[in-house]
Design a protein around this ligand. Structure first.
Ligand SMILES: CC(C)(COP(=O)(O)OP(=O)(O)OC[C@H]1O[C@@H](n2cnc3c(N)ncnc32)[C@H](O)[C@@H]1OP(=O)(O)O)[C@@H](O)C(=O)NCCC(=O)NCCS
Length: 172
């Protein structure tokens, strides 16, 4: 079950559909899409997307976890972290921090806390696909103890927490 967890400065709260209003302002920024592609969602699109995410995959073999990253001092939403967990207890994770709050170590702090949360719940290998030119995201992955593999996923390098990789079997 998805629960809230905290780190020193942040609280990761399970995504709710009503978070769309606040998150629209955080995510309405083309700069966030430089390496992940696409473009910012409209408010309506974000609401639809959040309803889908909250509903879940509908598959017993795949669970979706999404948390809003909030500053503990004032509960302001500054980004999100997410994990897709398979029944084999493999997870794929991602992180986004809004531009005004970047370069404060927040992505590293939130991602590290998420990896701890997943690991405590029995998740084994955790992977992330990261554009090779995305310096900040590569540094986040390295900061939290992941290492890059030779595996390429749609132009992105697969990083893993596994001691020796790549071992991650892609799910269907
Ligand atoms: C990737 C992202 C989440 C990083 O957020 P952040 O909160 O700024 O990350 P951190 O502050 O933890 O920074 C991690 C490292 O990258 C460095 N860094 C951050 N932004 C940087 C930039 N624009 N250029 C160079 N280095 C940068 C930091 O200095 C830090 O270095 P350190 O570990 O040596 O101190 C943020 O840039 C983002 O949301 N980008 C758009 C969405 C995206 O591409 N997400 C990745 C999907 S997996």
């Amino acid at each position: 079950m998805m629960t809230e967890f905290t780190s020193q400065r942040l609280a990761m709260s399970p995504l709710r559909v009503e978070d769309a209003d606040e998150m629209f302002a955080v995510l309405d920024d083309p700069a966030l899409h430089e390496f992940i592609g696409g473009q910012p969602a409209t408010l309506e699109e974000l609401g639809v997307r959040y309803a889908e995410l909250v509903a879940g995959s509908g598959l017993p073999s795949e669970e979706w976890f999404n948390w809003i990253v909030r500053r503990r001092t004032d509960a302001v939403a500054i980004g999100y972290v997410q994990a897709t967990v398979t029944s084999e207890q493999h997870a794929e994770i991602a992180w986004v921090i809004g531009t005004p709050w970047q370069r404060n170590g927040y992505a590293t702090e939130a991602a590290r806390a998420m990896v701890d949360w997943l690991t405590e719940r029995g998740v084994g290998e955790i992977v992330a696909s990261i554009h090779p030119d995305h310096v900040a995201s590569n540094m986040v992955a390295a900061n939290i103890g992941m290492h890059s593999t030779d595996e390429i996923d749609d132009g992105e390098t697969v990083w893993t927490t596994a001691k020796s990789g790549p071992t991650w079997p892609r799910w269907p």
